[in-house]
Design a binder for this molecule. Structure first.
Ligand code: ACO
Length: 227
């Protein structure tokens, strides 16, 4: 029997997640909880059941797996909130790995991450929890990817790149080998990263330059008493 799973979030990213869950054929998707979609509608054939207030009832009905299915464009806070809600309700957060992704056997991953179509992850890479590794991204050997990082579609991270927690690497970015990118940072789409990039920083371009403080996630960290 397939394991029963609930999705939180039914937007565009949610549709990708549904597609990848179906590709792996391991879970039965019972429904979607979403703060804005109308209960009774359906996304990719999966019913919207209501808001995440239903979570505790659903857990009592025997659903033990939950997936963060909202995307992120540089603000990881909604995904973090969902992660915490799922954990508080005692749900297990599986890693959703599209069937077309190719992962070395020697990859270590936290929980609750999404690995999209055509992703390649090399030997010795270490991924935190709650990450999105989006369509067609390549993460080479020895990479270190922090919690709630989004590596957007088509990025190439060469060997031994390190990306700090909550950082967004914009679509189509290339990061050369041995580079360190800080926490809570935004790298704009299409960048070429040749030098280390600091935490709490907006950087973009070819080559990528630091153009300012990245505020959004910084506020989130301060609100949690972090520097
Ligand atoms: C499945 C999916 O779709 S996942 C989604 C993947 N999407 C991404 O990764 C997008 C990442 N976001 C970006 O690249 C954005 O452009 C950001 C966050 C870097 C900047 O966004 P904003 O703050 O709104 O910047 P804005 O659009 O106002 O541009 C400000 C200036 O920076 C420039 N700029 C913005 N982004 C970039 C970039 N990636 N590369 C070069 N220049 C850029 C603009 O041209 C503009 O220059 P100007 O003042 O000379 O006209």
């Amino acid at each position: 029997m397939k394991k029963k799973l609930i999705l939180i979030g039914g937007g565009g990213h949610g549709e990708s997640v549904i597609d990848s869950i179906r590709s792996a054929n391991e879970y039965d998707i019972i429904g979607i909880l979403d703060q804005t979609l109308e209960a009774g509608t359906a996304i990719s054939g999966v019913p919207v059941l209501g808001t995440d207030e239903l979570l505790s009832d659903l857990c009592h009905q025997g659903i033990s797996y939950g997936v963060i299915a909202v995307g992120s464009l540089g603000d990881p806070r909604p995904r973090i909130r969902i992660y915490e809600t799922l954990k508080q309700n005692g749900l297990v957060l599986p890693n959703i790995i599209d069937k077309s992704a190719v992962l070395s056997q020697n990859v270590s991953m936290g929980e609750g991450s999404f690995i999209g179509k055509g992703v390649i992850i090399g030997a010795g890479a270490v991924l935190g929890k709650g990450c999105i590794i989006n369509t067609g991204a390549i993460i080479e050997h020895g990479a270190s990817i922090g919690d709630f990082v989004h590596i957007a579609p088509g990025c190439v991270l060469c060997g031994n790149v390190s990306v700090g927690e909550h950082t967004h690497i914009g679509a189509g970015t290339t990061v050369i080998q041995n580079i360190t990118i800080g926490d809570n940072t935004m790298i704009g789409a299409g960048s070429l990263v040749l030098r280390n990039i600091s935490s709490h920083t907006l950087a973009f371009g070819k080559p990528a330059k630091e153009v300012g403080v990245y505020e959004q996630s910084y506020d989130y960290r301060r609100s949690r008493g972090k520097p």
